[in-house]
Design a protein around this ligand. Structure first.
Ligand code: PXP
Length: 256
């Protein structure tokens, strides 16, 4: 069995800087500037989701972000749907990491995890193409035993556990459900690490939910976006990231 991850990495998702830019059709605020600030604030990597409808991040953003990350020695984690167009783009851009996510045009955000069992042939073909292009491939899934086994079978190196249900339960004050969801995340993390998969987690994480997730020893990386960009309006992006980092480190120390 692989040893638990030593240091928890923070990937900062800058999609919603592009959401604000696109709301006015202007060229500001720039996701690239946000990525630079995030790196300066200690982000271990930059995450961006190129959606099929290009509602936030654009193709040009990905080119610029890939270049920045290469220059700054930080991984770019490109989130993408399992479609030939998106996989072609990812292969061409050669990001450090690619995270396959489910995508529905009518959704507000990524709802639920990828159904790797149902979509196995397509997911596994995309995983292998991205791996051959040199990307570390991650699959964004629910904390379910069957899905995690399917991720290993599909050839993924990493799973990203969808933390949305846990975070939503906390926000709604539903302690019983939050407890159950957290247990599901823990069980899934142990299973995944046992299968040799690196474990990441993300979606909906804020200051109130980060510590219990960060305390899961098997988790090597958190990807956080919407809350940090929103908080940045009030305290600045670097302060928001620094506070998140402090909470992550405190959770890890307290759990040790
Ligand atoms: N991880 C994945 C795979 C995602 O799709 C998203 C949302 O784009 C996130 C993490 C970040 O979620 P949030 O913006 O809610 O922090």
């Amino acid at each position: 069995m692989t040893a638990p991850a030593p240091r928890l990495r923070l990937g900062v998702n800058i999609d919603h800087v592009a959401t604000i830019r696109n709301a006015r059709g202007e060229d500001y605020p720039e996701p690239l500037r946000a990525a630079e600030l995030a790196i300066a604030a200690g982000a271990d990597g930059i995450t961006a989701h190129l959606r099929e409808d290009r509602r936030h991040i654009s193709d040009a953003d990905i080119v610029a972000l890939a270049d920045l990350c290469r220059r700054r020695g930080r991984p770019l984690n490109l989130e993408l749907a399992v479609t030939p167009e998106m996989v072609d783009i990812a292969v061409a851009r050669r990001p450090h990491a690619a995270c396959l996510v489910p995508e529905r045009r009518e959704e507000v955000t990524t709802e639920g995890g990828l159904d790797v069992i149902k979509g196995f042939p397509a997911v596994s073909a995309a995983t292998h193409r991205l791996r051959e292009a040199g990307a570390r491939v991650s699959l964004f899934v629910e904390a379910s035993h069957g899905q995690i086994s399917a991720c290993a079978d599909a050839g993924a190196a990493v799973i990203e556990l969808h933390t949305g249900a846990y975070c939503e339960a906390v926000r709604h004050g539903d302690d019983a459900r939050a407890g159950r969801e957290l247990e599901r995340l823990k069980t899934a993390a142990v299973q995944a690490l046992g299968l040799g998969l690196e474990v990441h987690a993300g979606h909906g994480i804020d200051y109130a939910t980060v510590k219990p997730v960060a305390a899961i020893a098997q988790v090597a990386e958190l990807n956080i976006g919407h809350f940090l960009i929103g908080e940045a309006v009030f305290v600045g992006l670097q302060a928001a990231i620094a506070q998140m980092r402090t909470l992550m480190d405190a959770a890890r120390l307290e759990a040790a």
